[in-house]
Design a protein around this ligand. Structure first.
Ligand SMILES: [Zn+2]
Length: 205
């Protein structure tokens, strides 16, 4: 792609680093921004810069947060004995949208995937095991989606906490194999949390 402006070229190159954005789409977006009133583009740039420099990860659940503890962990009406284990913030958002869950979350930041070189130590698993060890948690609900990586991750965590006095369950399999939680409709997802099944039962099926 030949550019008449180095500034334009730089903006297009940066934009095309985003997932799913090729050079052509990047050019279209950049030209769109160029046609907007100046302050709109500056507000976008400021929002991105502030997000990058100021955002935190909740020190309890690892969810993305503006403060040390996220709004969910801070809420005294949530049941801290019940923890839903999810992959990332998109799953937290999807489950929150169902209004069916009043416990807390634990965000792993991914799933175990040997193919991609992601092992248990690359994920936020140890802090979860520590929470269980402290004895405050009564039930863990695995909500990682029914992929092979999800199953592997569930089983790994299950093995780590098996010796403790805790119930483990998994969201009901109304969710088809390979579907990510964020694409599941709210009613189905809400129901699958309410009708969760003991993890041991899911191992036999
Ligand atoms: Zn939190």
């Amino acid at each position: 792609m030949e550019f008449s402006s180095k500034l334009l070229e730089k903006a297009v190159n940066e934009m095309s680093q985003l997932p799913g954005i090729g050079k052509r789409t990047a050019l279209r977006l950049v030209l769109h921004l160029l046609r907007q009133p100046g302050n709109q583009t500056i507000e976008l740039a400021d929002a991105l810069r502030n997000m990058r420099s100021e955002i935190k990860f909740c020190k309890s659940c690892n969810n993305i947060s503006d403060s040390e503890l996220c709004e969910i962990c801070k809420n005294p009406h949530r049941n801290e004995e019940l923890i839903c284990v999810v992959e990332d913030i998109r799953d937290v958002m999807a489950i929150e949208n169902t209004s069916s869950f009043k416990g807390l979350y634990h965000v792993l930041g991914g799933k175990i995937s040997p193919m991609d070189g992601i092992g248990p130590n690359d994920l936020n698993i140890q802090p979860l095991v520590e929470k269980v060890k402290q004895g405050k948690v009564k039930e863990l609900i695995f909500a990682l989606g029914s992929t092979m990586e999800g199953d592997t991750t569930n089983f790994y965590i299950y093995k780590q906490i098996q010796e403790f006095d805790i119930t483990t369950s998994t969201i009901a399999r109304g969710i088809s194999v390979g579907n990510e939680l964020e694409y599941t409709d709210e009613v189905t997802l809400g129901r699958s949390i309410i009708n969760r099944i003991p993890f041991e039962v899911s191992l036999k099926s």
